[in-house]
Design a protein around this ligand. Structure first.
Ligand code: SF4
Length: 329
């Protein structure tokens, strides 16, 4: 009893910073984000997954609400075929997220567990996402460590480099266990609006009185020069028998489950419809779209235009489909 009481009475080493973060969040926090106006774990989970690789503005404007309209509950996701989930994810990219969402929905039968430790066992839910869901939906006092929080920690503790386990220890040191919800939300907002990669706005930052890196924030962390993405030049092969068009189901990890037109390294004899260009995470595709009656090298399924439109398609293939429709109109 006594040591516990002592521990409780001892002020947190960052209690002043915590108070500043609380006040800042009350006034400056992005309280109107829809996933902050709910405690529904599915809505919070969906926002966390969508935001993993996509900007808040894009998620809000184009994807979050239409997805919820199509799948109002996680049980609806569980009951749907994977293809329907991929179709609703179309355009968001990083389709592994959608496949994992579907797998998690099925595994949990639409009811998410309530602790970060259990959530972390599910497909596509890493430690930080698990912590965010457990904290924002159920109030568990655990820190998060997304890209924004990482950047703050590097600067706050004046570290040029740190491995992930070390960053988690820093996250735990700075964490405010008394106000986990507000602290975690505030850290995400500070990272997104104040402690930004270029030209951080330290004079507006609630962490400024104890931040060790603020004299030269851009020194932390050390940034590696961005790799130039390779360009893949391909012929996008739209095979037709005069009525139907050939599509294949993608097997690659990053597009698995999506449909698209076959691609080839060689030139084709046929009608040139135009070019498509699309940036994937690890390469840029430059495709020359050709309509041809030459059979593709790989197996395809023949569908009408309407049927192809109803399939989940990658963004590059949607562009190719638009070129085809324009040609036929
Ligand atoms: S004081 Fe500056 S460097 Fe430190 S956390 Fe705030 S914005 Fe980032």
């Amino acid at each position: 009893m006594i040591p516990d009481m002592k521990k409780r009475n001892k002020p947190h080493p960052y209690s002043t910073t915590h108070a500043a973060i609380q006040s800042w969040y009350t006034v400056q926090g992005r309280h109107d984000l829809p996933w902050r106006q709910t405690r529904d774990p599915y809505r919070i989970y969906l926002s966390e997954i969508m935001l993993q690789q996509t900007q808040v503005g894009t998620v809000l404007e184009r994807f979050y609400f239409p997805f919820l309209e199509r799948f109002p509950t996680l049980a609806n996701v569980a009951a749907a075929p994977q293809e329907a989930v991929l179709k609703a994810w179309e355009g968001l990219g990083y389709y592994t997220r959608a496949r994992n969402l579907h797998a998690t929905a099925k595994m949990t039968q639409g009811v998410l567990p309530q602790t970060a430790a259990e959530l972390e066992q599910l497909p596509g839910i890493g430690r930080s996402t698990a912590a965010a869901i457990a904290c924002f939906a159920y109030g568990e006092a655990v820190p998060i460590l997304d890209a924004n929080v990482r950047r703050i920690l590097y600067r706050f503790f004046r570290r040029r480099t740190a491995k992930t386990p070390e960053l988690w220890r820093m996250a735990e040191r700075l964490f405010d266990p008394e106000h986990p919800y507000e602290y975690n939300q505030a850290m995400m907002d500070i990272g997104a609006t104040i402690c930004i990669p270029n030209a951080p706005r330290c004079s507006f930052c609630p962490l400024q009185y104890s931040c060790r890196g603020q004299a030269h924030p851009q020194r932390y962390p050390t940034t590696r020069p961005k790799k130039v993405k390779p360009v893949r030049r391909r012929t996008v092969w739209i095979f037709t028998d005069g009525e139907y068009y050939g599509v294949r189901k993608g097997q690659e990890r990053f597009l698995g489950g999506l449909y698209g037109f076959p691609q080839s390294n060689r030139d084709l004899v046929g009608t040139y419809l135009g070019d498509v260009r699309h940036h994937y995470s690890h390469f840029t595709l430059e495709g020359r779209v050709v309509l041809t009656d030459e059979c593709p090298e790989e197996e395809v399924q023949m569908h009408s235009l309407d049927a192809i439109e109803a399939l989940p398609l990658s963004t590059a293939d949607k562009k190719a489909l638009q070129l085809l429709k324009h040609h036929l109109s």
